[in-house]
Write a protein that binds this ligand. Structure first.
Ligand SMILES: [Zn+2]
Length: 325
């Protein structure tokens, strides 16, 4: 027997769709789509305000398409800025900011490379100074939810580590200035989910345009399942996520439900995205909504929680690349 609709609505559905404000802080254009593309598309479609802050333009990224490999440095940054704008159109996200303005912080390159010593790179930035730019955004947007990487940056890239530090520092400074973000999350992948997906990938690999597969160890943020507090089912937005990832063509090759970065190693494209709540009351059972338990959101009684739909690249219409991007 199913429950009466009113009961299931109360128990199973978040009460409101409006007045939800989600802030994501990422290091480079493409990180947002890989980590949170389905989440961003879903919340944007549901009427939440989704704000992305990207810290660098990814000027040190390795370019995949041979025809674009002449792009380096500032030219690559400018190109990736356009890729980011296209990805946001695919996700239906209109509020995109570049930390401190375009080009303020340069890509630091992989850990241990000479690029780490560039005084203009994010890795060399003063955390408090960089965080001050983000505090402005937080005080303007007043997000209830912040999503970023863990203290290892998910996999140790200096810009990801620094994005983490800046995000957490900004959250502290914003709290002192009058807006405490109720829930802060790190991007995660449960180990069992990663292992299962890679087992499937092993079987599918012969039919894919990638010669080799990555391994679980190559996926940022993989942790034991019990640490994962939240799973956002974005399967209805799989096409939007794939379109957003494709928009980052210099960095990503997509063959759904897999993709590869410049190393050419296939990995799973997750459409359920996972999180670990690190600030806020840890739920006893795994949540399905980043906003679960948030009070003060205006009730939208007419909503039944329908996910709506979002199309592929370009469907969000003109003017979708708001903010500074
Ligand atoms: Zn990155």
């Amino acid at each position: 027997m199913t429950q009466p609709p009113s009961a299931s609505l109360q128990l199973g559905e978040p009460p409101a769709r409006r007045d939800r404000r989600l802030l994501l802080v990422h290091a480079h254009p493409d990180d947002e789509s890989i980590n949170n593309g389905a989440t961003m598309a879903r919340y944007a479609a549901e009427g939440a305000q989704v704000t992305l802050v990207t810290c660098t333009l990814g000027e040190r990224g390795e370019v995949i398409p041979p025809g674009l490999r002449h792009l380096t440095g500032a030219a690559l940054g400018a190109h990736r800025r356009r890729e980011l704008a296209a990805a946001m159109r695919a996700l239906g996200v209109t509020d995109v900011r570049l930390l401190g303005g375009a080009g303020r912080y340069r890509d630091s390159g992989m850990m241990g490379t000479a690029d780490n010593d560039d005084p203009a790179c994010l890795w060399r930035a003063d955390v408090d100074e960089a965080a001050a730019h983000l505090v402005e955004v937080i005080l303007e947007v007043r997000p209830q939810v912040l999503v970023t990487y863990d203290d290892h940056g998910g996999y140790g890239h200096p810009d990801h580590v620094q994005a983490h530090r800046i995000a957490l520092r900004a959250a502290d400074l914003a709290a002192e200035a009058g807006w405490e973000i109720p829930k802060v999350y790190w991007n995660r992948v449960p180990r069992s989910v990663a292992e299962e997906a890679f087992a499937r990938l092993g079987e599918d690999l012969p039919g894919l345009p990638f010669e080799k597969a990555a391994s679980v160890a190559d996926v940022p943020g993989v942790v034991d399942d019990e640490r994962v507090t939240t799973a956002v089912d974005g399967s209805a937005y799989a096409a939007a996520k794939a379109a957003a990832m494709r928009a980052h063509a210099t960095q990503i090759e997509v063959a759904e439900p897999y993709f590869a970065l410049s190393n050419g190693l296939a990995q799973p494209l997750f459409t359920t995205e996972y999180y670990e709540l690190v600030r806020g009351e840890r739920p006893r059972e795994r949540e399905s909504d980043l906003f679960a338990g948030i009070t003060g959101i205006v009730e939208d009684a007419g909503s039944t929680g329908d996910a709506g739909s979002v199309g592929g690249a370009g469907s969000a219409g003109a003017g979708a690349q708001g903010g500074e991007v």
